[in-house]
Design a protein around this ligand. Structure first.
Ligand code: SAM
Length: 368
């Protein structure tokens, strides 16, 4: 595979804003780095194959303060290159991008479709749209930049040959399929609340359905409407939790967390269940499951030398029971990872996941 630098003909230094944000372990939040004050630090970030945080808290936190939530970023160059390759936009194509951010990917799309093609890019945040439009204009590109909720697609420019999302979704919005020309394709990061996520390429068919395979694991910020929230029950509430134990092993826990082999499939089986992990010390990792909507919470304390591990559960949903049941089901299917998973969206927008390998096929409807 060619190095990403050779696959990306536009440098991102023309698009990354002069103030960016970095993780700050001291506060647990994000602090600003200004190009004017520290050009070498800014430049190092721009040249690295890493995502750069370009906005926090929907722009409400000013530089110099501590931000709490990442709300826009310029994605890692190698991921951008992989997504563009998966999209396979060609000269003359009409392309819709959801999540303009800095405008860098829109410039790369303009390069791919050339003068005979067209790029429409939709961003939910008006301040980002204004900055991206200016950066694109300054770099000599003229895509149509729109402030709107991209989960609705952008009907005035439809039909599109290609649709690409640079923010992740729990389900492919029907508008994206409806606005893609039959024979066209959609590329999007697809993730559940539990697991963030895989790179999905869907091919749109003549009857309005779409089918595609999951690619590599990728972590992306969510579209605004799919943001995940966690709950921290008070010590008093935690003291009232039902307490049991789990005999699942350390290996099972690795499969179930982060980008473990079970995590993506389990996340599809247990909707609205946000997983977080905290290393309390070298010998104690806590896994928590949260469903803010129903007020349900679970915690599993993985303490070295103590097994079976203690499980606490609160609220109407027994989230750990749901996850361990999904894990047992996943084991029964032959421990197939997302590389064996196909997504089909039928003409009514219902999503079907299919796991298949060696003659074994299991399909189920994905709830969101
Ligand atoms: C990872 S960033 C995009 C990076 C961008 N493509 C670039 O080249 O810099 C994701 C963007 O999606 C935007 N976003 C989130 N929800 C959205 C929505 N519903 N419609 C349009 N944009 C959305 C965010 O504001 C954020 O700017």
């Amino acid at each position: 595979m060619t190095h990403w630098r050779e696959r990306l003909p536009v440098s991102r230094d023309q698009f990354v804003p002069p103030v960016v944000w970095v993780d700050d372990p001291a506060t647990g939040g994000y602090v600003s780095v200004s190009r004017e004050d520290d050009e070498p630090a800014w430049r190092k970030m721009v040249d690295a194959d890493e995502a750069i945080i370009t906005q926090v808290d929907d722009g409400k936190t000013p530089p110099g303060s501590v931000g709490q939530q990442i709300s826009s970023s310029c994605s890692a160059p190698s991921i951008v290159a992989d997504m563009l390759d998966a999209l396979d936009a060609r000269p003359g194509h009409a392309v819709l991008e959801i999540g303009t951010g800095t405008g860098w990917n829109a410039a790369l799309l303009c390069e791919r479709v050339g003068e005979t093609g067209s790029v429409t890019t939709v961003e939910v945040d008006a301040a980002l749209t204004t900055a991206a439009r200016a950066a694109l204009h300054g770099a000599g590109y003229g895509p149509h930049v729109v402030t709107a909720d991209g989960t609705e697609g952008y009907r005035p420019g439809a039909p599109y040959d290609r649709v690409i999302a640079t923010a992740s979704v729990r389900a492919i919005p029907r508008a994206w399929i409806a606005q893609t020309r039959p024979g066209g394709a959609i590329v999007a990061p697809w993730g559940s609340d539990y697991c963030n996520g895989t790179l999905l390429r869907l091919d749109v068919r003549h009857n309005g359905s779409a089918v595609g395979r999951c690619g590599a694991h990728i972590g992306f910020m969510r579209v605004r409407s799919a943001r995940r929230y966690y709950m921290n029950p008070s010590a008093d509430e935690q003291a009232t939790a039902d307490t049991t134990t789990t005999t699942l092993t350390a290996r099972d826990m690795m499969d179930l967390t982060e980008y473990g082999r079970a995590a993506f499939v389990v996340g599809l089986r247990v909707p609205r269940c946000y997983l977080t992990m905290d290393d309390l010390d070298d010998d104690h990792r806590r896994i928590e499951l949260h469903d803010v909507e129903s007020g349900s919470w679970a915690a599993v304390d993985l303490v070295r030398g103590e097994h079976p591990w203690t499980v606490r559960q609160l609220g109407p949903r027994r989230l750990w029971d749901e996850v361990s049941e999904a894990h047992a089901w996943w084991v029964s299917t032959g421990r197939l990872g997302p590389d064996h998973l196909t997504l089909t969206v039928d003409p009514d927008g219902i999503q079907w996941a299919t796991l298949s390998a060696g003659g074994l096929t299991t399909a189920w409807q994905v709830a969101v």
